[in-house]
Design a protein around this ligand. Structure first.
Ligand code: KIV
Length: 293
Protein backbone atom coordinates (compact mmCIF):
# COMPACT_ATOMS: atom_id res chain seq x y z
CA UNK A 1 0.00 0.00 0.00
CA UNK A 2 1.19 3.49 -0.70
CA UNK A 3 1.40 6.19 1.97
CA UNK A 4 -2.02 7.68 2.65
CA UNK A 5 -3.41 10.65 4.47
CA UNK A 6 -4.55 10.24 8.05
CA UNK A 7 -8.16 11.17 7.32
CA UNK A 8 -9.62 8.04 5.71
CA UNK A 9 -12.05 5.65 7.42
CA UNK A 10 -10.39 3.73 10.23
CA UNK A 11 -8.87 0.36 9.40
CA UNK A 12 -10.77 -2.49 11.04
CA UNK A 13 -9.95 -6.10 11.82
CA UNK A 14 -11.97 -6.97 8.70
CA UNK A 15 -9.75 -4.69 6.62
CA UNK A 16 -6.75 -6.75 7.74
CA UNK A 17 -8.39 -10.06 6.81
CA UNK A 18 -9.39 -8.58 3.41
CA UNK A 19 -5.75 -7.54 2.94
CA UNK A 20 -4.62 -11.12 3.57
CA UNK A 21 -7.08 -12.41 0.96
CA UNK A 22 -5.95 -9.74 -1.52
CA UNK A 23 -2.26 -10.44 -0.83
CA UNK A 24 -1.66 -6.84 0.34
CA UNK A 25 1.09 -6.78 3.00
CA UNK A 26 -0.11 -5.34 6.32
CA UNK A 27 2.10 -2.62 7.80
CA UNK A 28 2.13 -2.31 11.59
CA UNK A 29 4.43 -0.27 13.80
CA UNK A 30 4.50 0.37 17.52
CA UNK A 31 3.85 3.84 18.92
CA UNK A 32 3.48 5.02 22.48
CA UNK A 33 2.37 8.66 22.39
CA UNK A 34 0.39 11.19 20.38
CA UNK A 35 3.17 12.67 18.18
CA UNK A 36 4.64 9.29 17.22
CA UNK A 37 1.16 7.92 16.45
CA UNK A 38 0.38 11.00 14.34
CA UNK A 39 3.60 10.56 12.34
CA UNK A 40 2.97 6.83 11.84
CA UNK A 41 -0.59 7.58 10.73
CA UNK A 42 0.58 10.25 8.31
CA UNK A 43 3.05 7.72 6.89
CA UNK A 44 0.08 5.48 6.07
CA UNK A 45 0.60 2.47 8.36
CA UNK A 46 -2.40 0.15 8.61
CA UNK A 47 -2.14 -0.64 12.31
CA UNK A 48 -0.43 0.79 15.37
CA UNK A 49 0.47 -1.48 18.25
CA UNK A 50 0.78 0.20 21.63
CA UNK A 51 3.24 -2.51 22.63
CA UNK A 52 4.25 -3.28 26.18
CA UNK A 53 7.72 -2.83 24.66
CA UNK A 54 7.09 0.71 25.92
CA UNK A 55 8.50 -0.59 29.19
CA UNK A 56 11.89 -0.74 27.51
CA UNK A 57 11.61 1.92 24.79
CA UNK A 58 10.15 4.77 26.85
CA UNK A 59 9.98 3.80 30.53
CA UNK A 60 13.58 2.61 30.95
CA UNK A 61 12.91 -0.92 32.25
CA UNK A 62 15.04 -3.84 31.05
CA UNK A 63 12.01 -6.04 30.27
CA UNK A 64 8.27 -5.70 29.64
CA UNK A 65 7.37 -7.34 32.96
CA UNK A 66 7.00 -4.18 35.10
CA UNK A 67 4.53 -2.53 32.68
CA UNK A 68 1.12 -1.99 34.31
CA UNK A 69 -2.41 -1.71 33.01
CA UNK A 70 -2.36 1.96 34.04
CA UNK A 71 0.74 2.50 31.86
CA UNK A 72 -1.07 0.89 28.93
CA UNK A 73 -4.26 2.88 29.51
CA UNK A 74 -2.40 6.19 29.52
CA UNK A 75 -0.20 5.46 26.48
CA UNK A 76 -3.02 3.86 24.47
CA UNK A 77 -5.27 6.87 25.01
CA UNK A 78 -2.41 9.13 23.84
CA UNK A 79 -1.95 7.04 20.68
CA UNK A 80 -5.67 7.02 19.93
CA UNK A 81 -5.67 10.84 20.17
CA UNK A 82 -2.94 10.93 17.52
CA UNK A 83 -4.64 8.71 14.93
CA UNK A 84 -7.72 8.69 12.78
CA UNK A 85 -7.12 5.90 10.24
CA UNK A 86 -4.81 3.24 11.67
CA UNK A 87 -6.25 0.38 13.70
CA UNK A 88 -5.03 0.83 17.29
CA UNK A 89 -4.20 -2.37 19.16
CA UNK A 90 -3.26 -2.21 22.86
CA UNK A 91 -0.97 -4.81 24.38
CA UNK A 92 -2.16 -6.54 27.55
CA UNK A 93 0.66 -6.38 30.10
CA UNK A 94 2.01 -9.21 32.24
CA UNK A 95 -0.55 -10.68 34.68
CA UNK A 96 -3.51 -8.73 33.28
CA UNK A 97 -4.85 -11.73 31.34
CA UNK A 98 -3.04 -14.87 32.60
CA UNK A 99 -4.75 -15.14 36.01
CA UNK A 100 -8.34 -15.70 34.89
CA UNK A 101 -10.56 -15.15 31.83
CA UNK A 102 -12.76 -12.87 33.96
CA UNK A 103 -9.84 -10.55 34.75
CA UNK A 104 -8.74 -10.69 31.11
CA UNK A 105 -12.17 -9.55 29.91
CA UNK A 106 -12.32 -6.77 32.50
CA UNK A 107 -8.81 -5.48 31.79
CA UNK A 108 -9.13 -5.69 28.01
CA UNK A 109 -12.51 -4.00 28.26
CA UNK A 110 -10.87 -1.04 30.00
CA UNK A 111 -8.36 -0.69 27.15
CA UNK A 112 -11.28 -0.41 24.72
CA UNK A 113 -13.76 1.58 26.83
CA UNK A 114 -11.39 3.97 28.67
CA UNK A 115 -8.41 4.27 26.31
CA UNK A 116 -10.22 3.92 22.98
CA UNK A 117 -8.26 0.97 21.53
CA UNK A 118 -10.09 -1.05 18.89
CA UNK A 119 -8.41 -4.35 19.79
CA UNK A 120 -5.99 -5.92 22.24
CA UNK A 121 -3.01 -8.22 21.84
CA UNK A 122 -1.97 -10.89 24.29
CA UNK A 123 0.87 -13.38 24.43
CA UNK A 124 0.39 -17.15 24.41
CA UNK A 125 -0.91 -20.04 22.30
CA UNK A 126 -3.20 -23.01 22.96
CA UNK A 127 -3.06 -22.56 26.74
CA UNK A 128 -4.55 -19.07 26.50
CA UNK A 129 -7.09 -19.92 23.76
CA UNK A 130 -10.03 -20.44 26.19
CA UNK A 131 -9.39 -16.93 27.52
CA UNK A 132 -9.30 -15.54 23.97
CA UNK A 133 -12.63 -17.24 23.29
CA UNK A 134 -14.22 -15.56 26.32
CA UNK A 135 -12.83 -12.17 25.33
CA UNK A 136 -14.07 -12.43 21.75
CA UNK A 137 -17.49 -13.54 23.04
CA UNK A 138 -17.49 -10.36 25.16
CA UNK A 139 -16.97 -8.27 22.01
CA UNK A 140 -13.22 -7.72 22.32
CA UNK A 141 -11.15 -8.24 19.15
CA UNK A 142 -7.98 -10.17 20.10
CA UNK A 143 -4.64 -10.42 18.31
CA UNK A 144 -2.54 -13.41 19.41
CA UNK A 145 1.24 -13.43 19.83
CA UNK A 146 3.35 -16.59 19.69
CA UNK A 147 6.99 -17.55 19.18
CA UNK A 148 9.26 -15.48 21.39
CA UNK A 149 6.77 -13.94 23.79
CA UNK A 150 8.77 -11.39 25.82
CA UNK A 151 6.63 -11.70 28.98
CA UNK A 152 7.94 -15.31 29.22
CA UNK A 153 11.59 -14.36 28.72
CA UNK A 154 12.48 -15.90 32.08
CA UNK A 155 10.96 -19.23 31.00
CA UNK A 156 12.76 -19.13 27.63
CA UNK A 157 16.04 -18.13 29.29
CA UNK A 158 16.60 -15.20 26.94
CA UNK A 159 15.36 -13.60 23.72
CA UNK A 160 15.86 -16.69 21.51
CA UNK A 161 14.38 -17.85 18.20
CA UNK A 162 11.53 -20.32 18.90
CA UNK A 163 10.35 -23.37 16.94
CA UNK A 164 13.69 -24.52 15.52
CA UNK A 165 13.06 -28.24 16.26
CA UNK A 166 10.25 -30.37 14.78
CA UNK A 167 8.37 -30.73 18.09
CA UNK A 168 8.48 -27.06 18.96
CA UNK A 169 7.61 -26.11 15.35
CA UNK A 170 4.53 -28.38 15.44
CA UNK A 171 3.57 -26.91 18.82
CA UNK A 172 3.70 -23.41 17.33
CA UNK A 173 1.48 -24.43 14.39
CA UNK A 174 -0.97 -25.88 16.92
CA UNK A 175 -0.80 -22.70 19.00
CA UNK A 176 -1.63 -20.62 15.93
CA UNK A 177 -4.54 -22.89 14.97
CA UNK A 178 -5.88 -22.79 18.54
CA UNK A 179 -5.84 -18.98 18.53
CA UNK A 180 -7.63 -18.89 15.19
CA UNK A 181 -10.25 -21.38 16.44
CA UNK A 182 -10.73 -19.24 19.57
CA UNK A 183 -11.62 -16.25 17.39
CA UNK A 184 -8.38 -14.24 17.27
CA UNK A 185 -8.41 -11.89 14.27
CA UNK A 186 -4.63 -12.04 13.67
CA UNK A 187 -1.47 -13.52 15.21
CA UNK A 188 1.95 -11.97 15.74
CA UNK A 189 4.83 -14.37 15.04
CA UNK A 190 7.95 -13.17 16.86
CA UNK A 191 11.42 -14.66 16.31
CA UNK A 192 10.21 -17.72 14.41
CA UNK A 193 12.26 -19.27 11.56
CA UNK A 194 11.08 -17.94 8.19
CA UNK A 195 10.04 -21.37 6.82
CA UNK A 196 7.87 -22.05 9.87
CA UNK A 197 6.30 -18.57 9.75
CA UNK A 198 5.45 -19.11 6.06
CA UNK A 199 3.83 -22.49 6.84
CA UNK A 200 1.77 -20.99 9.69
CA UNK A 201 0.71 -18.12 7.41
CA UNK A 202 -0.45 -20.65 4.80
CA UNK A 203 -2.32 -22.75 7.36
CA UNK A 204 -4.24 -19.87 8.90
CA UNK A 205 -7.09 -17.96 7.31
CA UNK A 206 -6.41 -15.01 9.68
CA UNK A 207 -3.40 -12.73 9.01
CA UNK A 208 0.00 -13.32 10.54
CA UNK A 209 2.14 -10.31 11.44
CA UNK A 210 5.84 -11.11 11.66
CA UNK A 211 8.71 -9.64 13.61
CA UNK A 212 11.91 -11.53 12.98
CA UNK A 213 9.82 -14.12 11.10
CA UNK A 214 10.53 -13.39 7.44
CA UNK A 215 8.59 -12.19 4.43
CA UNK A 216 6.22 -15.17 4.34
CA UNK A 217 3.99 -13.48 6.93
CA UNK A 218 0.93 -11.49 5.86
CA UNK A 219 2.35 -8.34 7.43
CA UNK A 220 5.24 -6.98 9.45
CA UNK A 221 5.52 -5.14 12.74
CA UNK A 222 8.54 -3.20 13.92
CA UNK A 223 9.30 -1.20 17.03
CA UNK A 224 9.18 2.58 16.39
CA UNK A 225 12.45 3.24 18.19
CA UNK A 226 14.31 0.54 16.20
CA UNK A 227 13.08 1.86 12.83
CA UNK A 228 14.14 5.39 13.67
CA UNK A 229 17.44 4.83 15.43
CA UNK A 230 16.11 6.03 18.78
CA UNK A 231 17.06 3.01 20.86
CA UNK A 232 20.30 1.96 22.50
CA UNK A 233 20.03 -1.70 21.41
CA UNK A 234 19.40 -2.85 17.84
CA UNK A 235 17.87 -6.34 17.47
CA UNK A 236 19.02 -8.50 14.50
CA UNK A 237 15.52 -8.55 13.01
CA UNK A 238 15.21 -4.75 12.91
CA UNK A 239 16.22 -2.33 10.17
CA UNK A 240 17.07 1.29 10.88
CA UNK A 241 15.43 3.63 8.33
CA UNK A 242 16.62 6.90 9.90
CA UNK A 243 19.08 8.22 12.47
CA UNK A 244 16.57 10.30 14.42
CA UNK A 245 18.48 9.81 17.69
CA UNK A 246 21.59 11.37 16.11
CA UNK A 247 19.48 14.24 14.74
CA UNK A 248 17.97 14.90 18.19
CA UNK A 249 21.38 14.80 19.91
CA UNK A 250 22.84 17.21 17.34
CA UNK A 251 19.87 19.58 17.66
CA UNK A 252 19.99 19.66 21.48
CA UNK A 253 23.79 20.17 21.41
CA UNK A 254 23.27 23.16 19.10
CA UNK A 255 20.63 24.57 21.45
CA UNK A 256 22.92 24.12 24.46
CA UNK A 257 25.83 25.79 22.62
CA UNK A 258 23.65 28.76 21.60
CA UNK A 259 22.30 29.23 25.16
CA UNK A 260 25.87 29.18 26.47
CA UNK A 261 27.15 31.59 23.79
CA UNK A 262 24.14 33.94 24.08
CA UNK A 263 23.06 33.32 20.46
CA UNK A 264 19.68 32.00 21.67
CA UNK A 265 17.19 33.54 22.27
CA UNK A 266 17.57 36.02 19.39
CA UNK A 267 15.48 39.07 18.51
CA UNK A 268 12.81 37.00 16.68
CA UNK A 269 12.10 34.95 19.82
CA UNK A 270 11.33 37.95 22.09
CA UNK A 271 8.52 40.32 22.95
CA UNK A 272 9.21 43.91 24.15
CA UNK A 273 7.71 46.38 26.62
CA UNK A 274 6.71 49.83 25.37
CA UNK A 275 9.38 52.40 26.34
CA UNK A 276 6.94 54.32 28.60
CA UNK A 277 6.14 51.14 30.55
CA UNK A 278 9.87 50.52 31.00
CA UNK A 279 10.22 54.09 32.32
CA UNK A 280 7.30 53.76 34.75
CA UNK A 281 8.56 50.40 35.95
CA UNK A 282 12.02 51.78 36.63
CA UNK A 283 10.51 54.72 38.51
CA UNK A 284 8.52 52.33 40.68
CA UNK A 285 11.62 50.35 41.69
CA UNK A 286 12.64 49.18 44.19
CA UNK A 287 9.37 47.48 45.22
CA UNK A 288 8.69 45.60 48.38
CA UNK A 289 6.33 42.55 48.50
CA UNK A 290 2.64 43.55 48.75
CA UNK A 291 3.41 47.26 48.28
CA UNK A 292 0.55 49.27 46.76
CA UNK A 293 2.02 51.28 43.85
O1 KIV B 1 5.38 -4.99 22.69
C1 KIV B 1 5.65 -5.00 21.48
O2 KIV B 1 6.15 -4.04 20.90
C2 KIV B 1 5.36 -6.22 20.74
C3 KIV B 1 5.84 -6.33 19.32
C4 KIV B 1 7.30 -6.44 19.29
C5 KIV B 1 5.16 -7.40 18.58
O3 KIV B 1 4.77 -7.11 21.27
Amino acid sequence: MSATTNTQARVTTTTLSDMKVAGDPIVMVTAYDTPSARLAGEAGVDAILVGDSLGMTVLGYDSTLPVTLDDMLRHTAAVVRGTSRALVIADMPFLTFQVSPKEAVRNAGRLLAEAGATAVKLEGGASIAPTVERMVAAGIPVMGHIGLTPQSVNVFGGFKVQGRETDSAIALVQDALALEAAGAFAVVLELVPAELAAIISEELSIPTIGIGAGAGCDGQVQVFHDLLGLGTFMPKHAKRYAAVGDAIRTAISSYAAEVRSGAFPAEEHLSHLDADVVGELETALPLTPGEDV
